[in-house]
Design a protein around this ligand. Structure first.
Ligand code: BGC
Length: 390
């Protein structure tokens, strides 16, 4: 894998600073308690804030279930990049749920890990393990998903989740304007992610910040009447749950000629599930959003079946986390670019946010950076597909 140069990272960081400065609402805890107003701002942790440790130490990475391709990619990248940086990686999936993840974090503490990176199944259920980790002098990094209702998390590294939602909401509107010229009004249905994932709320809130005004003024209609995050949630991010819900909605509301113009889907896995449901019902292809740029969805974006996805390059993401771990190990100062937005219900967690990118048919051929793994394979797939279609 080609390494990102320091200069490139610096340019990226400036772009991220600019982006974070534009954020405008609290992205954190799903509890609703203790939220502070937001707007990202830059900040630097005191150099002594995180304990240093010897090169070659064990680093724990606790990942959730394999609910989407990004987590599987992260496993390989953490192993490769941590090893290349001289650390001993201990990377686990919590395939059997929350108690599995709790046990794994405990095992990482026992193994003497100096940093534990957590992509939580349910970020509110790890309090005692994180407390034990802190007591052992371990630095805790929340990866992708915020760890909530605990003081024992040192930082959050993620793509800007609220921005992801805004891009999805805007893409749905833009797609409807471009493809469904017999409207407005347009009929849409909403899908949200798993309620135990702290990201589901900023994804949904970001999208609704764009869609709600258009629902209010009658441009968009929701024939099922299911509008709240709770009503439209997909437990466990499971495709079968989204498909079953969509099957029921289509049977109840679209069986006698009502047109379905669009679907807000929070990720690619659920978008493909919803498209299967629509196809089985014999309805025309709706405008549908997604996220993750999964290999199976890139051809669907290229041929227009799925209107949009989001590129959150897992290679750049893992590199960012590994760079931070190296800085902690060497006692360097950690630069954050948002020290206001992520209140986890107990405290504001300093964050380093990366900028997500919208991908549609218009930019899919060039959207993926061939210099970063696994975007190399996405870039190859996209360019091959684009070439074959001329
Ligand atoms: C991630 C998404 C992913 C979803 C399901 C979220 O926390 O941010 O990228 O699609 O989990 O795995």
């Amino acid at each position: 894998m080609k390494k990102i140069t320091t200069a490139a990272m610096a340019i990226g960081a400036v772009a991220v600073l600019a982006l974070a400065g534009c954020s405008s609402s609290t992205r954190g805890s799903t509890t609703g308690s203790g939220s502070t107003p937001t707007g990202g701002s830059t900040g630097t942790a005191a150099a002594s804030q995180f304990p240093t440790f010897p090169a070659g130490s064990t680093i724990g990475v606790s990942l959730p279930q394999k609910t989407s391709e990004n987590w599987v990619l992260a496993e390989g990248l953490f192993n490769t990049q941590l090893t290349a940086a001289g650390f001993k990686p201990m990377v686990n999936f919590a395939n059997n749920g929350v108690s599995d993840q709790q046990n794994q974090i405990q095992a990482m503490i026992t193994a003497g890990a100096k940093v534990i990176v957590v992509g939580a199944i349910d970020g509110s259920q790890l309090g005692s393990q994180l407390q034990a980790a802190k007591q052992a002098g371990i630095t805790i990094i929340a990866y992708d998903r915020l760890l909530t209702n605990t003081p024992d998390v040192d930082m959050y590294v993620a793509y800007d989740n609220y921005k992801v939602g805004q891009l999805q909401g805007q893409a749905l509107l833009d797609g409807l304007k471009a493809k469904k010229t017999d409207g407005p009004p347009w009929n849409i249905e909403l899908i949200a992610g798993s309620p135990d994932d702290a990201n589901s709320k900023p994804f949904f809130d970001g999208a609704m910040s764009v869609l709600q005004p258009k629902i209010d003024d009658g441009t968009l209609k929701i024939p099922s009447g299911q509008k709240t995050q709770q009503q439209v949630a997909t437990q466990g991010w499971l495709a079968k749950n989204a498909q079953n819900r969509m099957d029921a909605i289509l049977a109840a509301n679209y069986a006698s000629g009502t047109k379905l113009d669009g679907i807000l889907s929070p990720n690619d896995t659920l978008a493909r599930a919803a498209l299967t449901s629509v196809k089985n019902a014999g309805l025309p292809n709706p405008v549908i959003t997604g996220q993750d740029s999964e290999l199976e969805s890139i051809p669907l974006i290229a041929d227009g079946t799925q209107y949009s996805t989001i590129n959150k390059d897992t290679g750049k993401f893992v590199t960012q986390v590994v760079d931070i771990i190296k800085q902690i190990q060497q006692g360097q100062t950690i630069q954050f670019n948002d020290t206001k937005s992520y209140n986890n219900g107990v405290k504001v967690v300093p964050a380093f946010l990366l900028p997500p990118m919208l991908v549609t048919q218009a930019n899919v051929c060039t959207a993926y950076d061939p210099a970063t793994s696994p975007s190399a394979s996405k870039a190859a797939l996209a360019t091959d597909y684009c070439k074959s279609k001329g």
